[in-house]
Design a protein around this ligand. Sequence first.
Ligand SMILES: [Zn+2]
Length: 239
Amino acid sequence: MREDGKPRCDAFLRKPDAPGRAREPRCPGSSGFHPADVPILCGGRGLNTPSPEPRSRPTTALRLRRWLLRLCILVALGLVATWAWHQPFLATPRAVWSLYRQPPPTSLVVPVQGVRARQIADTFGAQRGASRRHAGVDIFGKRGTPVLSATAGVVASIREGGLGGRQVWILGPAGERHYYAHLQDWRPGLEEGQIVPAGTVLGFVGDSGNAKGTPPHLHYGIYGKDGAYDPLPLLRATR
Ligand SMILES: [Zn+2]
C-alpha cells in the first residue's frame, strides 16, 4: 500500500485476473493496461464511471427574474443613498464635495473687519529669519477686531500652537486651505465641520503664537495644490 492508502502498481502486476473475476485495473506499461485504468489507480472514478447528473440550467424566465430582482435592489439602494445624501446630517460632507468641485476664488473678502485691501502691505515671500519666508500677509487691526472668513468654506481645524498660536483653518473652494493665525480668541460656538459663508466671524485679532508682543494682526495665508500663494491680488480684486 502507498502512504496515501492507495494500492501500489506492482500489486496489480503480480495478481493476474482469475477466470470469472472482474478485470483488475493495470498499470501503464503492463500487459492488459487500458487507458481507463489510470484514473482508478490514481484514486479517481475511471473513464467509464458515469459522472453525476449535470445541474439543470436555469430557464430564461428564471434568469430574467433574478436580473429583475438585482435591478430592484440596486434601484432601492440608489434611492436610499440619494435620500441620505440630502439629509441635514450629511450637510458637511455635501459642502466639502461641493467645495472641491468649485474653481479657486477670483476675489476674497478682506478678513479683518473694517480694513481695506489697499491698506495691506505686500509681504508675501519676505524673508523671515534665516530659513523661512513669509507664506501670507499680515493684516493689522485693533485687538479684538472680528476676523472674517475670506471665502465660503468648512471649518477644517481650530487649534492652538506653533508659530500661528490660536488659529483657524478653513477648507475653501477648489479644496484650498485658508489659514487665520495669531488670533486673540475664537468666536464662541465655532466648531470644526461648521459650514461658513464668506464674511463669517471666525475669531478676533490678537498677537498669539510667535507674534506675542507685536502689534495685533491677523496672519492670513492660502495653501493651494502647489503650496502657499500670495492672497493680496485676490484681496485687491474685491470691489
Ligand atoms: Zn504673517
